[in-house]
Design a protein around this ligand. Sequence first.
Ligand SMILES: [Cu+2]
Length: 120
Amino acid sequence: MKKLNTAVTALALGVGVLAATAPQGAFAHGKNKNAQNVTVNVTSSGYSPSTIAVKAGRPVHLTFVGKGNSCANEVSIPALKKSFSVQPGQKKEVVFTPKKGQTVAFACSMKMFKGKVTAK
Ligand SMILES: [Cu+2]
C-alpha cells in the first residue's frame, strides 16, 4: 500500500511538472500561433456569422458571444458532444482541431438557427 501511494504521488508530480512546462511549448493553450480564433455572435435572429471556413489540422478556438435573446442562446454542437447556454453578456469558448473536409455544425436546441465550421 505504501509503495502504491509513492507511485501515485510520483505520477501526480510528473503530470504537474508536465503541466507547468506546457505554456512554453508550441501548443500552449491560448499562445499557439497556429490557433484560429473565431467569434460567433448569438443574436435575436440567430448566429452571425453562421458559415465559417477554417484550416484543417490547426486548433479552432470558437467563441460564442451572447448579444440578444432567442432560442439561439441554447447552443448544441453534436460533433463535439457539447451543448450549453450563452445568454446576453456571456461568452463560451470551445476548442477543437478539425480534420480536412470536416464540418462541425452547431444549432439552437430546436434546430431553427444553424451554423457550421468547415475545415479545408
Ligand atoms: Cu431554436
